[in-house]
Design a protein around this ligand. Structure first.
Ligand SMILES: [Zn+2]
Length: 262
């Protein structure tokens, strides 16, 4: 059985909302339709708003959501809206991110922030767009590995990054999802089975990529990144992730040990 993570309550909150209140029983889940159904206006933000993934805006008792467009990925944009819905629906969030007098909250979604409320909203968005019951059912027909994540990202209209993180959460396999940018690790998620293998010191945020690794070589070549090349084979057509950091999909603990033994 899965161990409980500190942000799982936010994921479960979204899943209960979908199941018990919104009665949504199929993929893909449309966060913009959910917001508009609540009377929340949803609008794209100018593409110059670099660095901000979205905004929750409050005017008296009315709310609006803006989502970033500098990353032209429906998956990124829908996750951004899901993140703002997290701030709207999660207990205590509106008061925390919109304290008295504040009219807007700027978000940095995608599991890259250290802020508790940002991470809770990210986990809410993951549960909203990839609820465990529907996602697990889809996993059964998706194959395995990176190709499975590609297929599931298409089913959920989510980014490869968000889909990979959800996949390792709900998989019974030993999986590590590591996102890096340049020669540094941005985050690392290990599945319960992977943790059960007791990998020792596992890769952490800020760690340098091991020189000589496939990811190190890939990240050193901007042309390969621009073409969305993969270290495990020929590039596939991008399915919605144009997020610039590359990430590595490891199925064998040996890759992890190589990183830890750096
Ligand atoms: Zn936020």
């Amino acid at each position: 059985m899965r161990k409980t993570g500190s942000y799982d309550f936010a994921t479960v909150h979204a899943e209960r909302l979908l199941r018990d209140e919104l009665k949504i029983t199929s993929l893909p889940v449309d966060p913009i339709a959910i917001a508009r159904d609540r009377g929340i206006m949803v609008e794209p933000m100018p593409s110059t708003s670099n660095g901000v993934s979205g905004m929750l805006i409050r005017l008296n008792n009315d709310f609006a959501i803006g989502y970033a467009t500098h990353i032209k990925s429906p998956g990124f944009q829908r996750f951004s809206v899901g993140h703002e819905l997290g701030h709207y629906f999660l207990p205590g969030h509106v008061d925390a991110v919109l304290p008295a007098g504040a009219t807007h909250h700027s978000s940095n979604s995608g599991f890259v922030s250290d802020d508790r409320f940002e991470l809770e909203a990210d986990h809410f968005a993951a549960g909203l767009l990839m609820p465990s019951a529907l996602f697990t059912a889809a996993m059964r027909n998706a194959g395995e590995g990176l190709d499975a994540i590609d297929i599931l990202a298409g089913r959920c209209i989510t980014s490869l990054t968000a889909t990979a993180i959800r996949y390792q959460q709900l998989s019974s396999e030993a999986i590590a999802v590591i996102q890096s940018k340049g020669n540094r690790i941005e985050f690392c998620f290990l599945s319960d089975r992977m943790l059960g293998l007791k990998p020792g010191r596992w890769p952490r945020k800020g760690d340098a990529l091991p020189k000589g690794s496939a990811t190190f070589r890939l990240n050193a070549d901007p042309a390969k990144i621009a073409k969305a090349e993969r270290a495990d084979g020929p590039p596939t057509a991008p399915t919605g992730s144009s997020i610039s950091p590359t990430w590595t999909f490891l199925r064998r603990p040996s890759g992890l040990e190589a990183m830890a033994a750096r």
